[in-house]
Design a protein around this ligand. Structure first.
Ligand code: NAP
Length: 261
């Protein structure tokens, strides 16, 4: 296997400033890709960019809220002007939130769908045309096992991630003639700032200690542990490779065996 299988590939990772997105951006660069890193807040992106440039790769930093179509249009035009487009698009930006359904705030529903689902739609729509023209592309959507199963209090989050899987499967069929694969990755609980916030929220609501909550979340997986961001990143790199051209329309779990479909 080549040491740098993604040499000269151009990638965009949304939500690249921390957690899973940061691990993916670094892993793509390690595999040889030049990477555009995006998220809303600039300073942490600059740190990721420095690490990528230290590997000898090119890195563009373009702040963008994926829920805002105008900002996404600017993101896409900036990338297309600088690099002509991307070969690998990783839709990773996402937000989590939970609430009982009985008095569910509409704002929470709209925010989950706007960022987690409509954001994926906006970014993909803006960057697919150059992929279609070049007849090669990889679209990798970071969904969740909450895109395959339901759980208490996460109706909005789960609906948004189920939506990402429907989008992934349909787009895969539509782009099949252009050597563009479209896949989703469905992680279980991952060691990231998002999970740290979830743990703090659950602890505050239930009176459990953060350590007890962490233990409970870890043991929702048969492996009794949280997933590391690098495990999600390694699968992303694989899906971006030429060798993965036969994998499309899939939703692959990285969850220690929690969900088996
Ligand atoms: P995280 O630690 O909270 O990081 C989220 C990233 O997304 C940050 O870079 C954040 O930067 C960016 N972001 C948030 N809202 C955005 C917006 N509106 N526009 C653009 N960027 C935005 O989350 P994570 O745990 O790494 O999760 C990454 C993805 O994996 C999400 O889609 C999440 O749903 C999914 N996932 C996570 C887990 C888990 O257990 N952690 C499990 C399954 C799936 P800014 O705040 O600066 O914008």
């Amino acid at each position: 296997m080549s040491e740098h299988p993604l040499n000269n590939r151009r990638a965009l990772v949304t939500g690249a400033s921390r957690g899973i997105g940061q691990a993916i951006a670094l892993a793509l660069a390690e595999a040889g890709a030049n990477v555009v890193v995006s998220a809303r807040s600039l300073p942490p992106l600059e740190e990721v960019a420095t690490a990528i440039r230290q590997m000898g790769r090119e890195c563009l930093v373009v702040p963008c809220d994926v829920a805002d179509p105008q900002q996404v249009a600017t993101l896409a035009s900036t990338i297309i002007e600088a690099w002509g487009g991307v070969d690998i698009l990783v839709n990773n930006a996402g937000v989590a939130g939970s609430h009982k359904f009985l008095n569910h705030p509409d704002e929470l529903w709209h925010r989950m769908l706007a960022v987690n689902l409509t954001g994926v739609y906006y970014v993909t729509k803006a960057l697919v045309p150059p992929m279609v023209s070049q007849k090669w592309g990889r679209i990798i959507n970071i969904a969740s096992i909450a895109g395959k199963t339901g759980a208490r209090y996460i109706a909005a989050y789960s609906a948004s991630k189920h939506g990402v899987l429907g989008f992934t499967r349909s787009l895969a069929m539509e782009l099949v003639d252009y050597q563009i694969t479209v896949n989703a990755i469905c992680p279980g609980y991952v060691e990231t700032p998002m999970t740290e916030t979830n743990i703090a929220n659950i602890a505050a609501r239930t009176g459990m200690s953060p350590a007890q909550v962490r233990h409970t979340l870890a043991h929702m997986s048969p492996q009794g542990r949280l997933i590391e961001p690098e495990e999600v990143a390694a699968l992303t790199v694989y899906l971006a490779r030429d060798e993965a051209r036969g994998i499309t329309g899939q939703a692959i779990n990285v969850d220690g065996g929690t969900v088996q479909w």
